[in-house]
Every structure is written in structure tokens, then in C-alpha cells.
Design a protein around this ligand. Structure first.
Ligand SMILES: [Zn+2]
Ligand SMILES: [Zn+2]
Length: 460
């Protein structure tokens, strides 16, 4: 039987299918990008090696080193050992490794596991610690929880961070089993384990107790603030469109000197108990303050490091960090202030200082007299404090002008006296007759000397 109807079958599509590019290494997702507890690059390398069932040593020597053949001073990537802390930091080593890892994993977010975004802002000195630090309670909690990854948060590497924010425990910096300090990345590193004795570092029933004394209340308050503000920086990093420029540090200092001390660098430096020339160098952008110094300044000014660097105007209270343990600390610290701080009486006393017909006092002296820290007075009565400070500065300026006028008059008389004695009125000869010999440092006094010589025709 002949087929009367021929059936049409769909034809094969022989066009090539577009295959997305394949990554050489697994595209392992980093933990916590955009949060205060973002993972560190060294911890990520340990996890990446584990995912490939090899040691970090094998991953680095067989894969990564060939892409970074250069040496860093005396070492290369494979031999750096004690320097591996730099891989989480702001320098070339971190940049080279991030570039290679991003190309091998086809990820574009691995730079957020380092501080590369802050390269222009923080100097390297005392920024990150060279050894690992960890909270054994966090490890144990992640281990017991089914859906949590054991990893190494970047915040544990800051030299300024010494506590775990969630457990109020000092971070461990020595393996409790073999008593060794651990490098951020070693040949046999695994998150949560010692790379030397291979023991688990989380808290277990027979965990050797720490020889550290428990943190004091003050340390907890300080550390809670440090972790909150550094956590905010780390969480914000991926949202910054590009790395911040060095100039913003100098601009921030200029802005705060203007807002807190009406542009008076010396008064601002006194308030923070920092040498004036240091503040001036920071304002001029000649040097960058270390992170520890910025932290102390921001703590005194009650502003987060991020706001200090990026906010155009002063914020009363800035906080964008998850609230958990802070709540407790803020309650205890502000309650203490509220109970003890007598607002009405202090305001009255400050007004009295301002209206008194006495010699104006600097705010440091006023604060001492009232028995409150100066920053507390500035926080509660910024306008009154600024007015008192301005009065004092005005008084100091007027006194200086008077003093110089007096010096000029003394110089004039001394020139006449010396001249009648037949002596040439040199600066040295006149200085001997003055109450304050150092006054020739002022150019107005030197001009007065020249004018007095002209009067007696000793100078053209
Ligand atoms: Zn912890
Ligand atoms: Zn060990």
C-alpha cells in the first residue's frame, strides 16, 4: 500500500547552542557579603580548597601561584606563611590574589572579602592582625546549627577587635590544644580547625579554659561600639560605587573642626586630647591617621566611622547596625548619664558662665568646674558651649593684640633710650630691655623696631 499522505517532521536545529563560559574553580558563594560578618579572603580560600577536596597548599601551589609569578619583597604567594594576613588587607598582595581568584571562579565580588575598597583611607599600620583570632562559641554554634557554614569573618582580623560581639567573650589567639598562634592561611587550614594539630577550635565539653580574664564592663562597651562601627563599614562596602578617595579624610577633619570648634584646630585637638600638629597634618591631608586613632576620635564625637568620613553634616546619633547586644549597653550607659546629669542646673550654670563679667574660660576649664566631661556638655548644649568657646577665643585674640601693642610701645621707648646711650638699637640690645624678650617673634613688633629706628634716622 502506498502512503497517500506524507507526514512532515520537525527538523533538527543544528545551530550551535550558546554555552555560558565555565569557571576553572567552583563558583563557591562567599558568606555574608553586605553584612557586618562578611567572610575573609583567607577563610574563603580554605573553604574553596575544601570544596575541591584539596588542601590550601595544593590549591595555591598547583593553581594560583602560576598566575601570580611575582615575588613580594622576600617572598612569593606560596612561601608567605606569616604574612598571609596581608591577603585580607589593602595592598598589592590582596589585589593580585582577588584578581586571579575572580577570574578563576568567574565571580566579581571577592574584593569585598578584603579591605581593598578602603585602600586610600586607612594606613596599613596596625590595621589587621598577622595571626588568626576566633570565637570558639561562634564556631560551636555554627557547627551545631544545620544550615550554618563554618567560616572566618573578616571582622575578627581587625587589630582593634578583641571581643566577640555576640558572646561577649575575648577572641582566642592561640590554639588551646597545641598552644600555637595560627596564621590566617596555612598549608592545612580548614575553617574552625587548627592547621597544626588539626583539632577542632569550637567549644567542646572538655575545652581547655581560657587564661584570659573576662572582659571588663568598659571593655565591653568600647568593643561593642568598635564592632558596630567596623561592621557598618564592612556591610556598606559593596554598596559604594567605587573606592573612596584619600581627600575625604582631610575633608572630614576640616568639617568636624569647623562644626565642633568653629575652625579652631587647637581647640579641637584639646577637646580630643591629641597634639595640635597631628590634627593639622590630618586636616592638610599630609598623613592619614591609623584606624585605631579614627576609632577613638569617632567614639569621643559619638559618630560612626562611616558617617565621620561620608556625612556632610553632623548627625546626633547614627546607628545602622543590627541592634542585639548594643541595646543592652546603650541602655546602661545612657541611663547612667540620665540619672546623674542635671540638665536644667547645668544649663543655668553654663548661662552664668557666659554672662559673667569675668575673664572668659576655655570649655576644658568650664567642664572641669561643672564636673562633667566636655563632650557631654557639647552633646547636651552645643550652642551654649560654642558660645562660651567663642567668647574665650575672642578674649584670647584681643589679649594678644593688646600684648603686641604694649610690646611695640616698649620697643619704641627702648630704641630712644639705647640711642641716647650711644648704642646701636639692634634686636639683641633692645631685647635685653624688654619685659618679654621673645616678642620679636611677632612681625608687628619687628616692624615697630624698624619704624623707631627710622624716626631717629638710623634706617632708610
Ligand atoms: Zn562568638
Ligand atoms: Zn593546635
Amino acid at each position: 500500500m502506498l502512503a497517500s499522505v506524507l507526514e512532515t517532521y520537525e527538523s533538527w536545529d543544528l545551530r550551535k547552542v550558546a554555552i555560558p563560559s565555565r569557571s576553572r574553580l567552583y563558583q563557591l558563594e562567599p558568606v555574608g557579603i553586605g553584612t557586618p560578618l562578611v567572610e575573609s579572603l583567607t577563610g574563603y580560600i580554605s573553604r574553596l580548597a575544601e570544596a575541591h577536596c584539596v588542601t590550601p597548599k595544593a590549591l595555591i601551589s598547583r593553581e594560583l601561584v602560576s598566575f601570580i609569578p611575582k615575588t613580594y619583597k622576600t617572598t612569593n604567594l606560596f612561601e608567605m606563611r606569616s604574612l598571609t594576613g596581608a591577603l585580607n588587607g589593602i595592598g598589592t598582595m590582596a589585589l593580585d590574589l582577588v584578581t586571579v581568584l575572580e577570574s578563576l571562579t568567574l565571580r566579581s565580588d571577592l574584593r569585598f572579602l578584603t579591605l581593598l575598597t578602603w585602600t586610600n583611607i586607612f594606613p596599613q599600620r596596625r590595621l589587621l592582625r598577622a595571626r588568626r583570632a576566633w570565637c570558639p562559641y561562634c564556631y560551636e554554634e555554627w557547627y551545631s546549627s544545620k544550615d550554618k557554614v563554618i567560616y572566618e569573618p573578616l571582622i575578627w582580623f581587625f587589630e582593634a577587635v578583641t571581643l566577640c560581639h555576640w558572646h561577649n567573650q575575648s577572641l582566642y589567639q592561640q590554639c588551646p590544644h597545641c598552644k600555637r598562634e595560627l596564621p590566617p592561611l596555612a598549608s592545612y587550614s580548614r575553617p574552625g580547625y587548627c592547621p597544626y594539630c588539626l583539632e577542632w577550635l569550637g567549644v567542646t565539653a572538655n575545652y581547655p579554659s581560657s587564661d584570659k580574664t573576662p572582659p571588663s564592663k568598659e571593655e565591653i562597651i568600647w568593643q561593642t561600639w568598635v564592632i558596630k562601627t567596623l561592621g557598618e563599614l564592612l556591610a556598606t562596602t559593596p554598596r559604594l560605587s567605587k573606592p573612596l578617595k584619600r581627600e575625604i579624610v582631610a575633608q572630614a577633619f576640616c568639617r568636624y573642626v569647623e562644626q565642633f570648634a568653629e575652625g579652631n584646630t587647637a581647640a579641637f585637638a584639646r577637646m580630643l586630647e591629641i597634639p595640635k600638629n597631628k590634627v593639622w597634618m590630618w586636616q592638610m591631608g599630609k598623613v592619614l591617621p591609623e584606624l585605631n586613632v579614627i576609632l577613638k576620635i569617632c567614639f569621643t564625637l559619638q559618630v560612626s566611622v562611616l558617617d565621620f568620613l561620608t556625612q556632610e553634616t553632623l548627625k546626633e546619633n547614627s546607628s545602622q547596625f543590627p541592634a542585639m547586644p548594643q541595646k543592652q549597653v546603650r541602655d546602661s550607659s545612657t541611663k547612667k548619664l540620665e540619672v546623674k546629669f542635671d540638665g536644667d542646673r547645668t544649663q543655668q550654670l553654663l548661662e552664668n558662665v557666659l554672662q559673667a563679667n569675668e575673664q572668659p574660660l576655655p570649655m576644658t576649664a568650664v567642664a572641669k568646674r561643672l564636673g562633667y566631661p566636655k563632650r557631654v556638655l557639647y552633646r547636651h548644649f552645643p550652642e551654649l558651649c560654642r558660645a562660651i568657646s567663642a567668647e574665650y577665643l575672642k578674649y584670647m585674640k584681643e589679649s594678644r593684640i593688646k600684648r603686641i601693642e604694649q610690646c611695640c610701645e616698649e620697643v619704641k621707648q627702648a630704641v630712644r633710650q639705647v640711642h641716647t646711650e650711644g648704642i646701636y638699637p639692634s634686636e639683641a640690645a633692645i631685647s635685653r630691655l624688654l619685659a618679654k624678650p621673645g616678642c620679636f617673634r611677632d612681625k608687628k613688633v619687628r616692624a615697630a623696631l624698624r619704624a623707631a629706628r627710622r624716626e631717629i634716622c638710623l634706617e632708610p
